[in-house]
Ligand binder design. Sequence first.
Ligand code: C2E
Ligand code: CA
Ligand code: CA
Length: 732
Amino acid sequence: MKGNITSSIKRFLVVFLCVFLALIPTFSSYAASEDGQGEALTVGVPTDRCPIFYQDADTGEIVGIGVDLMRSAAKNAGYSVTFKSLEEETLKDALDNPSYDVLLPFGSAISSASGQSSIVTDNLLQTPFTLVTEGHHDMPPFNVLKVAMLRSLSGAADTVHQLYPEIEITMYDTMQECVQALRSNKVNALLHNSYVWSYVLQKPSYSDLEVQPSSMFSMDFRAGTADTPRGREIIRRLNDGIAALTDTERQAVILDYTSRRLYRMDFGDYVYKYGLFVLLIFLLFVALIIMAVQRVHSVRRKNEEKLQQMIDHDPLTGVLSMQGFRKRVVELLSTYPDVPYLLAYVNIKNFKYINDSLGWDAGDELLCFWADKTRKTLSDKEALCRISADRFAVLRSVGGDEKLKWDDREVIDAVRTYFLDQGKKTRVQICGGLYVLTPEDHREIDVDHMLDLARVAEKRVREMRSDGYEFYNPEQWEKGRQIADVINHLPEALKAGDIQVWYQPQVDYDTGRITGAEALCRWDHTKLGWLQPADFISTLEESGLIFDLDSYVWDKVCQDLQHWNKQGIRRFISVNVSRCDFREDRDIPEHFHNLTKRYGLDPEQLRIEITETAYAEKSELLIHATEKLRGYGFQVEMDDFGSGYSSLHMLKEVPVDRIKLDLRFLTDAGDPERGRIIIGYMIRMIRSLGMQMITEGVETREQADFLRDQGCSEMQGYYFYKPMSIEDFEKI
Ligand code: C2E
Ligand code: CA
Ligand code: CA
């Protein structure tokens, strides 16, 4: 029973809904007949012709000059009107569609697509048609004029054709296509009614288009419909309505639409008009995104760094943890392969006692004090870590006895007496083991192994004595100490005249005459006796002191040359320039130029020796310096030719005056016969390149004879002379 009632209600609702839906069009057409009285007419109009007919963007209603005039005329005739957008392409097609009562706009009566004739009303409005051209183009005469029109204006096109048969008309679907045709010179002008132009030309990208001042013709603007009895009746009544329209009314409608800012810019228009602005906004947007991404990355990186920082550092003292120390040591040893280092393992012997008697806090304070003291003495080539509890490790560059003593006094002593200085009775006992790194340690870096060795020495101290330090490898220390001594004493040695310049004569084997000499330095060391360049040059190069030594030698050589010049003896001396002397911030050519100026020397008297390997290392800088040196008149020699891997390449690239071939590089190893063949070819090659050359390291008569036979007679070597003091040199 209950089910029956429910299904009856359902059925009723369905029927009601169907009836309601069926009635909607009726309701709506009633609502659309605007004043709701009089007979209703459906008027078909195009809607692509603002401001004559168009759809209001806000309300969707069809509005425009034509709409308002038609509505007024129809109202005068007792009709209410509903406007409908034409779906057909042309009025001819629309005439065959019975759902329109009336159509707009007609210039005159035409027949429909199916051949049915039409009738039209009197003129509602006179519409002037004008031409539009590109601003910078002149209007061609009518007999050669090509015009573009919208396809929907085929009626107007017919009129033009009748009035001006010589004009060539091309129809396009859209205004955009018309403008395109004009810009690509397919047509000379566009034709449309001037009300439409007043609207269309507001588009920013059409600002290059120009309306021609006088109109070509005027079109009538009429309503029309199929020629039927009802049609004739409608037209008759509408004509009465049109007759009742006053000119003032017409003007008011036109003014209303043409003075409105109707044109609505689309996205393309905004881009065109505000292109730069839009681009800037876009770039700003992109920049913001990039910044945001970078920010995220940098925050993440910072967090990672923070975490790493925590892992690599000891939380109590802030110095490196063992993990951080391992990394830092590897980094330092690889960056400074020639710096002599030692590794110290240091331990507080009575730390447990200190903790027990003075408390943990006191123990912690002591550790922090020690870490702080040590850290302050470190250069950025050194490192410190707390291994655990009271054990520390230090990587320190070898600075000779003095540095070690200084460390002991300034750091260790202060730690030893830390509590005594506070009036407490405990003396801190410190045991240290030192391991001096060998060249192999630089090549195969094993931090833990080195530390183990240092610990072995520390253990010896701990077991035998109350405190102090010991070396694991004292012989290695002895070597490093000497070198450190050299470095530490260079400034004093230069001042004290311990560094001397010796000369090794160079001879012409053909004539037996001395042609020049090479200046070589010697160090008369207070403790170590005579030192050869091999003992200290590379150390000075590594420690950045070589320029001090070299500039001293060059100065001395110039003094000697000046001295000889005054005696009427003109000599030629070769000086060595280390590869480390050349730096971006140091102008070596300028330095030599000033030197020769100061001593009044002819630059030719100074021959600048630069090693082949230096050229390979810093090609660009050195080639530039070489050119500049030669520009000042100096002779530039490539030293140790044949020692590097790129000799032949260097010959091609580097603009030197003289090549210095080193016999030792070419004869020391391998088959001597092969060595001779190579030397022979090298001499011929250097000669063919038109360069001068000298061979050094000549020790025997056979060598000298061979070189002369091959074409090189300039020589330097023990066979002739060894390097000698200036006194001896002056004697020969
Ligand atoms: P170098 O420029 O190749 O100088 C030639 C070296 O070979 C000199 O060694 C010289 O004594 C040695 N020598 C000459 N003839 C013979 C020979 O027949 N047989 C042998 N076995 N050796 C011979 P020295 O004076 O020990 O200089 C060694 C290196 O030290 C030089 O090699 C040069 O590179 C560098 N040096 C010397 N003095 C200076 C200087 O004032 N400044 C710079 N930057 N480097 C210098
Ligand atoms: Ca040399
Ligand atoms: Ca040499």
